[in-house]
Ligand binder design. Sequence first.
Ligand code: ADP
Ligand code: MG
Length: 475
Amino acid sequence: MSSRAQQPSQIWDAALGELQLQVDRTAFETWFKKTDGVALNDGEFVVGTETAFISEMLTKRMSQIVERAVGHVLGEPTSVRFQVLAHADNPSNGQSDDGQPSNADDTSAAGYGDDSQAVPVANATPSNLTTAPFARAPSLNARYTFDRFVVGKSNELAHAAARAVAENPGDAYNPLMLYSEVGLGKTHLMHAIGHQALGKGIDVRYTTAEDFTNEYIRAIHAGTTEEFRLRYRSAGMLLLDDIQFLIGKEQTQEGFFHTFNSLYMSNVQIVITSDRPAHSLKILSERISSRLSSGLSADIQPPDYETRMAILIAKSRQLSVEVSGEVLELLGARIYSNIRELEGSLNRVVAYSDLMQRPLDVELARQIIADTQEANKRRQPSEREVIDAVSKHFGVDTDTLRGPKRDKKTALARQVAMYILREDADMGATAIARALGRKDHSTVLHGCKTIEREQNINSNLRRSILEVRESLAAA
Ligand code: ADP
Ligand code: MG
């Protein structure tokens, strides 16, 4: 939208605002002081830095939180690259990944003080393995605490399980597996467990399955798999995020299984998250999946309206801005399937109002929601295309869809067609009624409402809608 022609430097300013809350002051001053937003191309945001060394350190230590912050501002996942600003190039520091471990350590000591929890630790690269075997502070996000986790029907089981595990690690449920679609709070709960365990002096190891894999592969190349194992085996708690990443990586699975097993045998608490249910992780080696099923698997569903509102209210308090109930209600009603997006939409409304000096009102919120949905939207499909795609997906022919039959399958397919025609083909209820051979537009309104409500709680339905939309996008 035109009022949103943001400059990279404005985007970066908004992201810095968020980063400032997450990184302690010294680190912020050290790493972010003379940075600037340089460019945004195709989902990649480029940040300019003063020296190659700073670029390198930011890449190693901060890319995760920086990507998250920029993603929040832009409202979509964005990758971030750090690059030395042309005028400030400083060739005295090598850019190679294996560069100067001692240098890195000095700076990190100066830069992080003891409040380093908000800062992802550097990956253990072969070059710094010897000097820093495993950074002690795990990369837990300081904001992901139990205090800040809003509990509702959709997540109360997972929350209770996480609490139990945090209170009695190794005792309550081992392993604990948290499962949900993206953006629903798995990582948040996992970090909350980690914070509480750290508070008890437990040696917590947090890693994503992706980092684990990279680390393991590096260890294999460097011939240091023994150190690698020892490092993990001395853990007092293991948090492994996004285990689905291990699917298809047999060698890493093997490494993980051994680590897992020895920890499990010594009653060390293990927590795992996954974006798919335990049973579909069967593709992991049999040994891992049977281990997983010996613990507790708790899933998180998309939040209902009440929970969404509670989350928005909590987040706006955290941002210390006054957001009207009307604006919150609008966001809560329109963004329902992903808490990250819900949060992102609020951040964006606040950031734009600030950047553009516009009142934080319903009009702005509408514009931003429309814009986000616009960005997600592909070409508008025609009436015909929607009906054909739905008919194909549900195996109900188009005449039946338009006819009088009302069995469950036909009725569902028809309602999905109504919903997609309204949402994606921008048709009104009367036109939709006509297209589907219904007499009355109130049938259409009812159908759309049903789907809207159902998809909040029914993941099969959500998947169906997604698949129909994908087939329309591919058409
Ligand atoms: P996942 O790991 O399932 O993809 P995250 O844990 O990263 O999701 O959550 C996405 C965002 O939503 C995070 O910023 C997180 O703090 C927030 N969030 C998720 N669930 C809740 C909740 N119940 N209360 C408050 N914030 C939440
Ligand atoms: Mg996650």
